[in-house]
Design a protein around this ligand. Structure first.
Ligand code: HEC
Ligand SMILES: [Cu+2]
Length: 410
C-alpha cells in the first residue's frame, strides 16, 4: 500500500514537473505560433493555413458529435438501467445518412484543397529562377542567368557550439542550428521559381513560413515556387534524414524589397570578379542579422618576406579563405586548426600543410579516407582555403595556391 502511495506521489510530482516545464516552454514560444502551423508570408501559405484550420474544426465538430453520442449511449443505456437489451438491428436510413454526411464533408474539404494544390504546382510565369542543390551537409543557391552562386552552411557560431565538449551553452547562440553563413536572398512581391536537386543523397528543402517543402533528389529536378509578401528572415531545415549532419544544414531565406534585392545582386556580381570565393553575407542590421564569425576582422595572411609570391594574397583572399575554412573544414579540423585527434588531424603544424602545395590541393579536391572531397567548391575557393591553411592556424608556409593550379589538379 505504501508502495502504491509512493508511486502515485512520484507520478504526481513528475506530472507537475512536466506541466511546469511545458508551461514555461509554451510561454517562451507563445508569440511564435507554437501551437499551430505558422500562417506564413505568402498567399499560398495563408491558403494552406486556412485549409488546415477548416479541417481542424471539422475534426473538432465530428469528435464532439461522435464522442457525445458514444458517452451518452454508454451512460443512458447502461445495464443497470436497461437489463434487457433492445433487439433491433439494421436501419437503411441511418446507413445512408452516415455514408452521405462523411462524403459531403470530404468533398467539401477536397475541393478547396485541390484548388490550392493546383496553384502550388503552377510554376509558370516566374520572374526569376533559383537552383537549389543539396549537399552533405549544406545548400547551394544558384541565381539562374545571373552568374551568382554560393554555398550556405551552418553559421560558425552554431557550429562551434555543437562540437562535443565545446563548453559553449547553445542557449547563448542566437538561432542555434537555425542560422547559416550565407542567406538565400529573395525579393518580395516577385514570383520565384526553384529548381531543386541534390548532389549526393536525398535532402528536403522546407521553409514553413513559405509553405514549401520538397525533396531534393540526385538525378532529378523538382520544381516549386514562392512569392513572398513581407520582407523578413524565414528559417527552415533539411527534412530528409541525409546522414550524420542532417541536423546541421539549416535554411535561411532573407526576403527584401525589390530595390534592396537589386542592390544585393549587383554587389554579388561585382564581387564575383574580384573573388568568386567571397559571396557577401546578406546582412541587414535591421532584420535580425547573422553574427559575423568572431575572428573575421583579424586574419592577415602572413607571408614570408623571401617568398616570390609575397605580394600576391590580397586581404580579400584571407577573409574568403577564413570564411571557407569555417564553413567547410572547421567542423572536423576546428576553427583553431587544432583538429580532434586522433580522427581529425590538427592542421596547425601538419606535415601535409607544410609539404608540397599540389599534394594538399589534391587532398582537398579528392578527399582522403574520412575526409570528404571538396570538388564542389570552385577553383578559386579551393585556392583560397588552401592558402588560408598554409598561412594561418599557426602555419607560416608563405606560399599561395592559385585557381589555375587547382584547375590543373582537378
Ligand atoms: C568530415 C571531416 C573533415 C572535413 C570537413 C575536412 N577534413 Fe581535412 N581531414 C579529415 C581527416 C579524417 C583527415 C585525415 C585523412 C587521413 O590522412 O586519413 C584530414 C586531413 C586533412 C589534411 C592533412 C592533415 C595531415 O596532417 O594529415 C589537410 C591539409 C586537410 N585535411 C585540410 C582540410 C581542408 C582545407 C578542409 C576544408 C576544405 C578539410 N580538411 C575538411 C577530415 C576532414
Ligand atoms: Cu540534408
Amino acid at each position: 500500500m505504501s508502495n502504491l502511495i509512493r508511486g502515485l506521489r512520484g507520478l504526481a510530482l513528475a506530472m507537475t514537473g512536466m506541466a511546469g516545464s511545458f508551461a514555461a516552454r509554451a510561454a517562451d514560444t507563445m508569440e511564435s505560433a507554437y501551437w499551430n502551423l505558422p500562417k506564413g508570408v505568402t498567399d499560398i501559405s495563408n491558403e494552406v493555413w486556412h485549409l488546415h484550420m477548416a479541417a481542424f474544426w471539422v475534426c473538432v465538430v465530428i469528435a464532439i458529435v461522435v464522442f457525445g453520442v458514444m458517452f451518452y449511449s454508454i451512460f443512458a443505456h447502461r445495464r443497470s438501467k436497461h437489463p434487457v437489451p433492445a433487439t433491433f438491428h439494421h436501419s437503411t436510413t441511418v446507413e445512408i445518412i452516415w455514408t452521405i454526411i462523411p462524403f459531403v464533408i470530404l468533398i467539401g474539404l477536397a475541393v478547396p484543397a485541390a484548388g490550392t494544390l493546383i496553384k502550388q504546382y503552377d510554376t509558370r510565369n516566374a520572374e526569376m529562377t533559383v537552383k537549389i542543390t543539396g549537399y552533405q551537409w549544406k545548400w547551394q543557391y544558384e541565381y539562374v542567368g545571373e552568374g551568382v552562386s554560393f554555398f550556405s552552411t551552418l553559421d560558425p557560431e552554431s557550429n562551434n557550439a555543437r562540437q562535443l565538449h565545446s563548453g559553449i551553452d547553445p542557449k547563448t547562440v542566437p538561432h542555434y542550428l537555425h542560422n547559416t553563413d550565407n542567406y538565400l536572398v529573395l525579393p518580395v512581391g516577385k514570383k520565384v521559381r526553384f529548381l531543386l536537386t541534390s548532389n549526393d543523397v536525398i535532402h528536403g528543402w522546407w521553409v514553413p513560413d513559405l509553405a514549401i517543402k520538397k525533396d531534393a533528389i540526385p538525378g532529378y529536378i523538382n520544381e516549386m515556387w514562392t512569392q513572398i509578401n513581407e520582407p523578413g528572415i524565414y528559417r527552415g531545415q533539411c527534412t530528409v534524414l541525409c546522414g550524420r549532419d542532417h541536423g546541421f544544414m539549416p535554411i535561411v531565406v532573407h526576403a527584401m524589397s525589390a530595390a534592396d534585392y537589386a542592390a544585393w545582386l549587383a554587389k554579388q556580381k561585382g564581387g564575383a570578379e574580384v573573388a568568386a570565393a567571397a559571396p557577401v553575407v546578406a546582412t541587414d542590421a535591421a532584420v535580425d542579422a547573422p553574427v559575423a564569425p568572431a575572428a573575421a576582422e583579424a586574419a592577415p595572411v602572413e607571408v614570408a618576406a623571401s617568398s616570390p609570391a609575397a605580394a600576391a594574397p590580397a586581404a580579400v583572399d584571407a577573409k574568403a579563405g577564413e570564411k571557407l575554412f569555417l564553413g567547410n573544414c572547421a567542423a572536423c579540423h576546428q576553427a583553431t586548426g587544432a583538429g580532434l585527434p586522433p580522427t581529425f588531424p590538427a592542421l596547425t603544424g601538419s606535415k601535409v600543410v607544410a609539404g608540397p602545395i599540389d599534394a594538399q590541393i589534391t587532398q582537398v579536391l579528392k578527399g582522403k579516407n574520412a575526409m570528404p572531397p571538396f570538388a564542389q567548391l570552385s577553383d578559386a575557393d579551393i585556392a583560397a582555403v588552401v592558402t588560408y591553411t598554409r598561412n594561418n592556424l599557426g602555419n607560416k608556409v608563405g606560399d599561395t595556391a592559385s585557381a589555375e593550379q587547382v584547375k590543373k589538379l582537378r
